[in-house]
Design a protein around this ligand. Structure first.
Ligand code: TRP
Ligand code: ZN
Length: 896
């Protein structure tokens, strides 16, 4: 490869982010004109200049006219040479643009050889091939492969790959997809390894990892008796933090066999951990790449929720091997086909591993906090979007979490057995293909015989439906009727909404909380278990026969649909919170009740009333504490007050200060009134094995730390019993869960121990990036009035690194999404700070900068002064020339 081989420099150094932004539309989909059967790649690794040789076996598709253009995407590439069937092509045979390479006149079958050069060490966007701490990693989903070589970068082009990696011997570990087939030494201090992936795949599943990494090894024998070599690749010294990830992997492999009959399909399964990563992890075939945050854990470095996150993400990526890899998406509009389904699968896995009720509660909490919020704002979009500019912007709570709820509703509607048969049929029909949501729904419908055509509206309609319910009881006829109305508020681009098919799980209770039996219209016998009502129209009535007494309805059990229930009377919420047999409804009713009462106080305090804590809230927290011995995890969930952001989401116009003050006062009052019970709860759970990770052990820690939080709240930021306990707990240094809980209590205070603890923590963990992230995050989330000043200090701290997404999130996301009262400070300083940060970040990593932009879009529900300041910051960002397509898209949609 000589310099004179360079054919065009036109595209060589343009970062992806500055490329023109043209919307892509679902309705424009056309199948590829050319297929690629085989891809043979050779990488000569060099951080400054890596040369990639690609050899493609290209087939013109049936129906494609002769002479049709073959488009290969390419971005930030230097084209070195291009050959067709062994012959160097002339300049008139291809056309090079900033988006890629167009070749016309290819024969029915041809071999394309393309050599490109790339600069991994310059790659700060972490998409394509990049360097992190001296090692090489790739990230190709969604459109990163085009930053490695010219290729039709779309998921419906599936090919078999071989990958040969050539590198200096100082880069000892060379990994790619599939199975290792050969390796050897080469001249000049080089060595090489060759990998072969027998399964056809889209290029977004390509991966390469190379560097001086250490392996933690294990093995797994599949149910048909094949031994799979497992390895987790980490930096030297991190080997003692991989046990939980490995254990989670083996449990995932077993679970997918047991529950879905799905077996692993290669001889090796590798996981590589990297510190610099845009998302959580990536399911590349046979070579998952993980953010270190979702691999590394030891009781002294990771919290219980870190452990749970690892279990979930390990499972999620592993489950993609079937839902995503073996059966993949036709185009990126179908993203939820793999993500919604795989989230559903990882949720079910975690539910089976621990407490199903607690898992469901925490999944619904996440759904409401992220997805309902998204659905209510300017970035609302259907689970299957119709148009996008940057697909990276659509890896959202809607596609993931709401998508998982849609899968769950299908299972609820057709039943578990039919659902499993539907999955089997889906794999039978579509293995090794790139398919659509219609294909998935058809498999479910055909296997169950239940009509799902109406259900499909869920995929195209954005917004969270609201259910309004009234009821009546006819004592003489023993007849009970529920009248249900559904309404979905308009979302951007969708003014008119259609009624959806909504499964409502219902049970009836008598006045003592015992289940009442009933017979639904059309049913022969009465029974007292949960039944599913199918709401299909805007308004519908459901008749219950043989109901002995006036019932209390328990609705939406286990959260049977991602909807809101409006206006449930407070006394009914209190009743359900105390008596329902469904743990989700019990928890939720308590939360809804607290939300109603706290918001009433927010309103009252605006009218000058002094805050006084509702006795129902107090009673329910006391009851939760009393029930802790049964299930401490559930108690911890039930005794928590709704978050400030949850209260904000329930207000027409957010009262930032009012919410903060009322919630804080309520917590202090609970801490004071229930001090004895809290103290007893705290003491009762203070022993135990800190390395135990079962639900009860983790629940015990969660409950104990919830008690600590209230005891400290009673001190209201000053010295007192809670603060003393927190300081002791911090010093005891038993495990990260307890240390961090104590530190976050102290971080909100004004006592000298606060600074002491922060310094101690920093000194202890300064060499450990993941733990240090916690130190950054806790300060960014502090509710102290000087939080913004602290955050400014944090981003000029020597350990702050704009190129590391985890560190950036630890400060910016924690502040903008996890610190409502300080981010939304009335001065607008929080907004200006965030906008500055986004502008700085955009030149480094557009994907991450775009994610930081969403909080500014929430201006519509703020008061007028805040709304204007937020819009002004959005406009300031919009005015920047050369903004990345990622940020441009989010800013434009946020201002609309
Ligand atoms: N498919 C990945 C997952 O959900 C998501 C992902 C990882 C991703 N890295 C990414 C998406 C980078 C966009 C860009 O498991
Ligand atoms: Zn995924």
């Amino acid at each position: 490869m000589k310099d004179t081989d360079i054919m065009s420099a036109d595209a060589s150094s343009a970062p992806s982010s500055t490329l023109a932004s043209v919307p892509v539309r679902l309705s424009d989909y056309t199948p590829p004109a050319y297929g690629v059967e085989q891809v043979d790649l050779v990488f000569r690794l060099d951080p400054a200049r890596t040369v990639v040789q690609s050899r493609l076996h290209v087939i013109r598709q049936p129906g494609t006219p002769e002479g049709a253009v073959f488009h290969l995407d390419g971005e930030a590439l230097e084209l070195l040479s291009l050959r067709i069937d062994g012959r160097e092509v002339g300049a008139e045979e291809y056309h090079l643009t900033r988006h890629g390479l167009d070749i016309s006149g290819l024969p029915a079958e041809s071999v394309l050889e393309i050599d490109t050069a790339i600069a991994p060490e310059q790659n700060t966007e972490l998409s394509g091939l990049y360097v992190s701490q001296g090692a090489f990693f790739t990230q190709c989903e969604a459109e990163g492969f085009r930053r490695i070589t010219y290729f039709p970068d779309r998921p419906d082009v599936m090919a078999r790959y071989t990958t040969t990696i050539v590198a200096p011997r100082t880069v000892p570990v060379l990994l790619s997809n599939g199975n290792p087939v050969d390796a050897g030494e080469a001249e000049g201090g080089l060595h090489w390894a060759k990998w072969e992936d027998p399964h056809p795949k889209p290029c977004y599943l390509f991966a390469l990892v190379a560097g001086d990494l250490a392996a933690v090894r294990d093995s797994f024998v599949t149910r048909s008796g094949r031994r799979v070599a497992l390895a987790i690749w980490v930096r030297e010294g991190d080997q003692d933090r991989c046990a939980h990830a490995m254990d989670s992997l083996k449990r995932s492999m077993r679970w997918d066999e047991d529950v879905f009959g799905l077996e692993y399909d290669l001889d090796v399964f590798n996981i590589a951990a990297v510190s610099d990563f845009n998302m959580g992890a990536m399911e590349n075939k046979g070579l998952n790449v993980f953010n270190t945050k979702y691999v590394l854990a030891r009781p002294d470095t990771a919290t219980d929720s870190d452990y749970q996150g690892i279990e979930t993400v390990i499972a999620h990526e592993y489950f993609h091997n079937w839902t995503g890899n073996r059966v993949t998406c036709r185009d990126w509009f179908q993203l939820t086909l793999k993500e919604g389904l795989t989230v559903f699968r990882d949720q079910e896995f975690s539910a089976d591993m621990g407490s199903r009720a607690v898992k469901r509660i925490s999944d619904v909490r996440t759904l409401r906090a992220a997805q309902f919020r998204e659905d209510a704002g300017p970035l609302a979009h259907p689970v299957r979007p119709e148009t996008y500019i940057k697909i990276d912007n659509f890896y959202t709570a809607t596609v993931y979490q709401k998508g998982a709820e849609l899968v769950r509703m299908i299972r609820t509607l057709i039943g578990r057995e039919k659902f499993r048969q539907g999955m089997d049929l889906y794999f039978q029909r579509h293995d090794n293909h790139a398919v659509t949501l219609e294909d998935f729904a058809a498999a479910m419908q055909d296997a169950s015989g239940i009509d799902l055509s109406l259900f499909r509206r869920w995929y195209g309609q954005a917004g969270t439906p609201v259910l309004r319910i009234t009821d009546e009881y006819d004592a003489s006829a023993h007849r009970y009727v529920l009248h249900v109305t559904q309404y979905t508020p308009p979302t951007p681009g969708q003014e008119e909404k259609q009624p959806l098919l909504i499964p409502i799980a219902v049970g009836l209770l008598d006045e003592t909380g015992a289940a009442l039996s009933f017979r639904l219209e059309g049913e022969e016998k009465a029974h007292s278990d949960t039944r599913i009502l199918r709401l299909e129209q805007e308004t519908q009535s459901f008749v219950f026969h043989d109901v002995a007494r006036a019932p209390q309805p328990s609705l939406l059990r286990d959260f049977s649909a991602p909807v809101k229930l409006a206006d449930t009377p407070a006394d009914r919420l209190r009743f359900l919170a105390a008596y329902d047999s469904d743990p989700f409804v019990r928890w939720d009713s308590g939360q809804q009740y607290a939300t109603q009462k706290l918001l009433q106080q927010v309103a009252a305090s605006r009218d000058g009333a002094a805050p006084s804590l509702d006795e129902g809230i107090m009673e329910s927290v006391a009851a939760s504490i009393a029930r802790a011995p049964e299930d401490p995890a559930l108690a911890a969930e039930a005794m928590a007050l709704p978050a400030e952001t949850t209260l904000a989401d329930a207000m027409e116009v957010v009262d930032v200060e009012g919410i903060h003050a009322v919630r804080r006062t309520a917590r202090a009052a609970i801490g004071q009134h229930l001090r004895a019970a809290l103290r007893a709860g705290y003491e009762a759970w203070s022993t135990g094995d800190v390395t135990a990770l079962d639900g009860r052990a983790m629940g015990g820690r969660a409950f104990r730390n919830a008690c600590l939080g209230y005891l400290a709240a009673a001190d209201d930021g000053k010295a007192g019993e809670g603060v003393t306990l927190a300081w002791k707990q911090f010093q005891a240094n038993r495990c990260m869960t307890d240390v961090l809980a104590a530190l976050s209590v102290l971080a909100d205070t004004d006592v000298p121990e606060r600074e002491q603890a922060l310094v101690l923590f920093y000194d202890r963990w300064r060499g450990d990036a993941l733990v240090l992230d916690k130190w950054f995050a806790i300060q960014a989330m502090s509710s102290r009035p000087d939080a913004l000043e602290q955050v400014r200090r944090l981003i000029s701290h020597p350990e702050f690194d704009w190129r590391n997404p985890n560190r950036v999130r630890a400060v910016l996301t924690s502040f903008a999404s996890g610190n409502q009262v300080r981010f939304h400070d009335a001065s607008g300083a929080g907004y200006a700070f965030l906008a500055d940060a986004i502008l700085h970040l955009d030149g480094i990593n557009g994907q991450i900068a775009a994610r930081m932009t969403a909080p500014l879009g929430a201006w519509r529900r703020q008061d007028q002064a805040r709304a204007e300041m937020m819009q002004a910051q959005l406009r300031r960002i919009a005015a920047r020339p050369n903004l990345s397509g990622n940020v441009r898209e989010i800013v434009d949609r946020s201002l609309r």
